[in-house]
Design a protein around this ligand. Structure first.
Ligand code: ADP
Ligand code: MG
Length: 356
C-alpha cells in the first residue's frame, strides 16, 4: 500500500492535445480516490500516466517513496482494470487471473493456488474453467478485478469499471467494490464520469476539467461547498441553480428580490459587485403562499421523480447557467407539487447558498 503523489504532471500528445496540464495531486495511502469529470477531461490519461502506460511530458509521479516517473509499467507495482476489462478471450478464467503471476514467473502450482484463492474471494470459484465469452458482464468485471488483485499490487487503478454494466448490476457492483476496497485497504484510484458513483464510493474526489483539477475534497465537501461554478454544475443529481446576483446595501439582489448577504462572504463583497448566487434544488423550500425573502415566479414544469418532484419556475433576473433563461429548480416532496401555471415562492434554507 502506498500514497501517490503527482507534481506538475503534464501530458501533451503528439497531436498537440494537452491532456494533463501541470497537475498537482496527492492521494493518501489506502484511500479510495475518485477522478471525476466530463468525457475528454483527461481522466484516463492521468490513470495511464500513473500506470506508466503513457510517458509524462513533464513533472513526476511518486508511489510511496519511490519516484516511478521513468519506470516501465511492470516495475511500478500497480494493477489497472480497463473500461472494457481487456480479458484474454482464448484463456479460461483461471488462466486470466493467473496471467500476471506467470509474467512474474511464479510456478504453475503457486499460480493455480493463488488464482483459486482470489477467485474464491470474488465469488468466481465455480467459473474457473469458463472463457470470458461464457460470462455475464458482471462476472467479466469480477475476473478483471481478480486478475488485478492476484499479485497484491500497492495501487489499484480502475478506469470506469462499472460503466459497461446495466443500471441494476452497476449498483450491486458498486457496493461490492466498496466492500472489497475496505477489506483490502489498497490505495485505489477510480475513474468515473458519473458524479453519483463518485459521491457514493470515494473517500475523496478530484473534479477535473480540461486537464486540470478544479477541486479536491470529500464527497460532502464537493457537494456542500463546490469551489467554483464548474464543480457546482457537475456535482449533484440535479444541477445547482446558478443565478446572476448583485451586492446592494449589504444585501443580495437576486431574481427580483433581496436576500440577506451570507455571513461568511459579507466582508469580501463590495457594493455593486456582480456575483453568481448558487443554491441546490434540494436546499430550496417551495411555498404556494407569499413568504418574505423568497424568490417568486411561475411554475413551468413539474417532473415527477417518485418520492419527490423537480419543479421549475421562471423567475425574474438572469440565469448564468444559460439553460432555461431565468429558470429556478426546486425539489418538492410527494403530495405537495404545484401545477404548471401556478405562482410559487421558493425560500433558500439558511446557510445553504453559495456565492461565486
Ligand atoms: P477522459 O478519460 O476524461 O475521457 P482522456 O484522457 O481519454 O479523457 O482524453 C483527454 C484528451 O486527450 C482528449 O482530448 C482526448 O481526445 C485526448 N487523447 C486521449 N488519448 C489520446 C491519444 N492517444 N492521442 C491523442 N490524443 C489523445
Ligand atoms: Mg476515459
Amino acid at each position: 500500500m502506498s500514497a501517490i503523489t503527482m507534481r506538475d504532471l503534464t501530458k501533451v500528445y503528439p497531436n498537440g492535445v494537452r491532456a494533463l496540464d501541470a497537475l498537482d495531486l496527492e492521494i493518501a495511502d489506502g484511500e479510495f480516490f475518485a477522478l471525476l469529470g466530463p468525457s475528454g477531461c483527461g481522466k484516463t490519461t492521468l490513470l495511464r500516466t500513473i500506470a506508466g502506460l503513457e510517458v509524462a511530458s513533464g513533472g513526476d509521479v511518486h508511489i510511496g517513496d519511490r519516484a516511478v516517473t521513468n519506470l516501465p509499467p511492470g516495475k511500478r507495482d500497480v494493477a489497472m482494470v480497463f473500461q472494457d476489462y481487456a480479458l484474454f478471450p482464448h484463456m479460461t478464467v483461471q488462466e486470466n487471473i493467473a496471467y500476471p503471476l506467470r509474467i512474474k514467473k511464479m510456478d504453475r502450482r503457486g499460480r493455480a493456488e493463488k488464482a483459486a484463492e482470489t477467485a474464491d474471494e470474488l465469488g468466481l470459484s465455480a467459473l474457473l474453467q469458463r472463457r470470458p465469452g461464457q460470462l455475464s458482464g458482471g462476472q467479466q468485471q469480477r475476473v478483471a478485478l481478480a486478475r488485478a488483485m492476484a499479485c497484491h499490487p500497492q495501487v489499484f487503478l480502475l478506469d470506469e469499471p462499472l460503466s459497461n454494466l446495466d443500471a441494476r448490476l452497476r449498483l450491486e457492483a458498486r457496493t461490492f467494490l466498496k466492500r472489497l476496497q475496505r477489506e483490502l485497504g489498497v490505495t485505489t484510484v477510480f475513474v468515473t464520469h458519473d458524479q453519483a458513483e463518485a459521491l457514493a464510493l470515494a473517500d475523496r474526489i478530484a473534479v477535473m476539467e480540461g486537464g486540470r483539477i478544479r477541486q479536491v475534497g470529500t464527497p460532502t465537501e464537493v457537494f456542500r461547498r463546490p469551489a467554483n461554478t464548474f464543480v457546482a454544475g457537475f456535482i449533484g443529481s440535479t444541477p445547482m441553480n446558478l443565478i446572476d446576483a448583485e451586492a446592494q446595501d449589504g444585501e443580495l439582489a437576486v431574481a427580483g428580490t433581496r436576500l440577506p448577504m451570507p455571513e461568511d462572504v459579507r466582508d469580501r463583497v463590495s457594493a455593486g459587485e456582480k456575483l453568481v448566487y448558487g443554491v441546490r434544488p434540494e436546499y430550496l423550500d417551495y411555498s404556494a403562499e407569499p413568504v418574505p425573502g423568497a424568490l417568486s415566479g411561475q411554475v413551468v414544469v413539474v417532473e415527477n421523480l417518485g418520492s419527490f418532484s423537480l419543479v421549475s419556475l421562471d423567475v425574474a433576473g438572469g440565469d448564468v447557467a444559460g439553460a432555461a433563461g431565468t429558470s429556478v429548480q426546486v425539489v418538492v416532496p410527494e403530495g405537495r407539487e404545484p401545477e404548471p401555471g401556478d405562482t410559487g415562492w421558493v425560500v433558500p434554507r439558511p446557510g445553504r447558498s453559495l456565492l461565486y
